[in-house]
Design a protein around this ligand. Sequence first.
Ligand code: IPE
Ligand code: IPE
Ligand code: MG
Length: 229
Amino acid sequence: METKKLEHIAIIMDGNGRWAKSRGLPRIMGHHAGVKAVERTVRAAKELGIPCLSLYAFSTENWKRPRGEVLGLMGLFRYYLRSKLEELCKEEVRLRFAGDLSALPHDIAAILEETAEKTKAFTGTQLVTCVNYGGRREILEAVDKLIASGAEGPVTEDMLRAHLYLPDLPDPDLIIRTSGELRLSNFWLWQSAYSEYYFTDKYWPDFDKQDLLDAVGDYYERERRYGKA
Ligand code: IPE
Ligand code: IPE
Ligand code: MG
């Protein structure tokens, strides 16, 4: 395989609900199965030596879902972080979060912050979970912070970027979306300007290491031009 930059893979994990429905199960069971796919994918990304994996777990629009589903998803975040933190620490995975954490239940926001703090010294794989994340909200928050800092225009890209949630994160080289939907749904709007996209019809709970390899293989076949001739 050609050695082309692949620092950051971002995944829009979609299709949990349809996966469950197709089995006659409640939607929340799809989210549970989705957690297993997260574990497989994190392992596979580590094996492939991908420096950064970001996962879209809950969007600023997902609050519009039925209350029971939202509560179930919050419960899953709690469970996952509490039960997996030790294991991820052992594997020296740096866990980070992007999103408006202030709107989350307090205990979850606290776990997320504590987890990020505990793992911040790890320099291997970074796992970024986007929770209550919206690209538009991120940009608006950055603009507000920029104004509050007293910065004067003309505003440069670097000035704005400095106020994004995780300014040091490389832009996603590859964005994968599962479940056959062909849209960004408010994910990494600023950062995706020159990302490559890969879509698969598979529902997220069925996503496995081979699917990641297929996406990565496809990425290496592409030519990234960034506007050049
Ligand atoms: C993705 O699966 C998980 C979240 C958005 C939290 P969905 O729950 O969107 O599944 P579908 O798209 O309804 O099948
Ligand atoms: C995008 O999926 C958000 C996450 C995967 C967390 P959605 O299922 O919410 O997106 P839409 O509504 O189909 O665009
Ligand atoms: Mg969906």
